[in-house]
Design a protein around this ligand. Structure first.
Ligand code: HAM
Length: 475
């Protein structure tokens, strides 16, 4: 096992300062005397590195997300990062901010218009159709995880490259599945130790009832136009539902008097929503109906929901969201196929885990340390390392270090049970010193007998650990 050094914030700040100084000097290639542009030793705005020190949270989050997907019978799909742009434009909504401003779109050398996926849903729906999953027994449950890209204004918890985990179910209209995906989300949060959560749910009806409702909203907002800031006045005609996302007092007040989607649902959607609420009541999870929740993407129909965490200052953070998209597959040319799903933002889960100091992933501890001294010993050690690993025993080394004392200190610090030492003499004799770190005894063993010696030293350790301490006799 290679030792990953913990990242230190201050050290990395100093290093990046130094690096940017180096980068800011123009580099002159002496042979050609051409001036090269300096290399920007900084990640692109809105994109970031996830360093070893943070990985234990990421690993924990990913493990729980994957585990729940398996528990609920989801099959994993990995979809490409790049998709054709028209897969996204209409489903998300031609006139939405996301399509107009947030797409990373470009033309390839082959003159295809493509995007870095802004989310997974249309891509997963394409996968379902492209691979004829409609021919299989329904419903089809798909789990996907990876990065998405939106050219938004970066802030804490909002990045231009971010990580999502998606759970999507195709081919079933029953609201029990809407309840099931919400249940999955709740279980993930519980397992990650994120407790301060709230689910907000709403129904936005079918496409037709939504269009009628949208017209109603337009008339309402037009009648209140003077009370709205100009940025919302501009979208009354094109995207009135987005006005509900406003947070300024004036607009919030106007929104409070607006007609609500829930009062304008078609009969079937109302029944569907009523059934969902009954299932949710059974599940006993913290939910509320938010009649203004509509979610940004146009592909949604009927159920929509969002998952929030509240921090100590009372600020809410959206950890995930989703809903039904019963028309999407048909809009791609497939048979009418209902679908429901949601995504967690993994960056946000990790932020929340760190804030709450929840349990993070603990990598298994190595039981053996391999120390070596000299070039020949180093060569022989590579093989010994592989043999110990092959025997299923987790082993640590630090091949870069020359100093035996330092290596022994490292072994003690790691709390290993056995240290293997290969010096010049052992390398020449094809032997290894096997040191039992608990008893302090050591013996020189032939190379081919090392694994047996390690195993028996580890057994001794267990015995030493289990042996009851002698009671102090009363005087
Ligand atoms: P969304 O609400 O756009 O839904 O994104 C889901 C989650 O991704 C958000 O709740 C948030 O946690 C995270 N997220 C979104 N944008 C960013 C960002 N810029 N930086 C960091 N995290 C972010 C969807 O993407 C839907 N496709 C979800 C879905 C799946 N619906 C059905 N199936």
């Amino acid at each position: 096992m290679t030792l990953a050094k913990k990242s230190s914030k201050s050290a990395s700040k100093k290093t990046s300062k130094k690096l940017s100084k180096i980068a800011s000097k123009k580099i002159v290639n002496e042979a050609s005397s051409a001036v090269r542009e300096p290399v920007m030793l900084q990640s692109v705005r809105g994109m970031r590195d996830i360093l070893p020190g943070e990985q234990s949270y990421w690993q924990q989050a990913r493990n729980v997300l994957k585990h729940e997907a398996e528990e609920y019978g989801f099959g994993r799909v990995d979809v490409p990062i790049i998709e054709f742009e028209n897969l996204y434009r209409q489903p998300i909504g031609e006139q939405t901010e996301m399509v107009e401003r947030e797409f990373y779109s470009f033309k390839t050398r082959g003159r295809d218009n493509v995007v870095l996926r802004p989310d997974f849903t249309p891509a997963v729906a394409r996968t379902y159709l492209q691979h004829s999953m409609n021919m299989l027994t329904q419903p089809i449950k798909l789990f996907s995880m990876g990065t998405s890209y939106r050219y938004d204004r970066p802030a804490e918890g909002r990045y231009r490259e971010f990580h999502q985990a998606n759970y999507d179910i195709f081919g079933e209209n029953d609201p029990v599945l809407d309840a099931q995906v919400i249940q999955i989300a709740y279980r993930v949060l519980q397992k990650l130790g994120i407790k301060n959560v709230q689910f907000q749910v709403n129904s936005i009806g079918t496409r037709e009832s939504r269009e009628q409702y949208s017209d109603l909203l337009k008339s309402y907002f037009l009648s209140k136009k003077n009370k709205l800031p100009s940025k919302y006045r501009d979208i009354i005609e094109t995207d009135p539902l987005r006005i509900f996302d406003a947070t300024d007092d004036k607009t919030v007040q106007v929104c409070a008097g607006a007609p609500q989607a829930i009062d304008h649902l078609d009969k079937e959607s109302r029944e569907h929503f009523k059934n969902l609420l009954e299932y949710l009541d059974e599940l006993d999870l913290p939910y509320m109906i938010n009649p203004m929740l509509n979610r940004g993407m146009e592909y949604y129909t009927r159920t929509v929901f969002e998952i929030f965490a509240t921090d100590e200052k009372g600020l809410r953070h959206a950890l995930g969201g989703g809903g039904r998209y019963d028309d999407l597959i048909e809009s791609f040319g497939g048979e009418p196929t209902p679908a429901i799903g949601f995504a967690f933002g993994i960056d946000r889960l990790v932020l929340e885990m760190k804030r709450l100091k929840t349990k993070s992933y603990k990598p298994p501890r190595p039981r053996v340390y391999l120390a070596q001294l000299g070039d020949l010993a180093k060569k022989k050690s590579l093989r010994i390392f592989a043999d110990v690993e092959n025997a299923g025993i987790l082993v640590a080394e630090s091949f870069g270090r020359g100093n035996l004392k330092e290596q022994m200190e490292q072994a003690v610090k790691m709390g290993v049970e056995v240290t293997l030492i290969v010096g010049q003499k052992e390398a020449l004799d094809s032997t290894v010193i096997v040191k039992n770190m608990h008893t302090g005894t050591q013996e020189t063993i032939a190379r081919e007998k090392v694994i047996d010696a390690v195993k028996s030293a580890m057994k001794q350790t267990i015995v030493v650990k289990k042996k009851p301490k002698p009671r102090k006799s009363k005087k």
